[in-house]
Design a binder for this molecule. Structure first.
Ligand code: SF4
Length: 199
């Protein structure tokens, strides 16, 4: 590829769109729409604070009404279930069912992950780091929320170990398991450019 193409941000953006389309599969996989696949993946990757229709609406840059319809369709299909939040009985927490997890095993996204997995390790790390920066900058330009995980969060110092394998984030006021530290969080805030962890 020429130097001009290698430094063309529009080409990179079009490639990302192409990959986004590929992640939808050929449309035959369980008959899910692109939004439904995104929702199923989101609820499988989000921490408990973020497993709500409104957090999904923010993640998917859509309205709460549209997000609720997407969740409703997946609940009706048996791939998601709506539970009462233990901290706020009026709020709903969304969980992926066993059928939803089985479906995710055949997620068309795996093909893209496999292609990335075939890159040399240094290229994989550079790609993930660059994409993380693009996601953060896009959120900043859109003045929208940015989702991420604890290790990359500006509020990392607010995360305290409270028991073996148990944590509490004082910023988000949420208890987390060790597993959830690597899940998407709606309260995530990116570190300042060039910034390390606060403590
Ligand atoms: S606010 Fe940041 S540190 Fe706290 S749970 Fe969310 S991602 Fe983790």
């Amino acid at each position: 590829m020429s130097d001009a193409l290698l430094s063309d941000p529009h080409l990179a953006a079009e490639m990302l769109v192409h990959l986004g389309r590929a992640a939808r599969g050929d449309g035959a996989e369980a008959g899910l729409t692109a939004a439904q696949w995104t929702a199923l993946r989101f609820f499988a990757r989000a921490n408990r604070l973020s497993r709500t229709p409104s957090a999904f609406a923010a993640f998917h840059a859509t309205t709460r009404g549209t997000a609720s319809q997407t969740v409703k369709a997946l609940v009706a299909a048996g791939y998601l279930e709506r539970l009462r939040d233990e901290r706020d009985g009026r709020a709903a927490r969304i969980e992926v069912t066993a059928a939803g997890r089985a479906l995710l095993a055949a997620d068309p996204l795996h093909v893209i992950a496999a292609a990335i997995g075939r890159l040399p390790p240094a290229q994989q790390r550079a790609l993930i780091s660059a994409l993380q920066n693009v996601v953060g900058e896009t959120a900043r330009l859109r003045e929208g929320p940015c989702f991420g995980v604890c290790a990359e969060c500006r509020h990392l110092a607010a995360l305290k170990a409270v028991s073996a394998g148990g944590y509490h984030c004082e910023e988000a006021d949420i208890a987390l398991s060790a597993e959830e530290l690597e899940q998407l969080c709606v309260a995530f805030a990116p570190k300042p450019p060039g910034g390390g962890s606060p403590a």
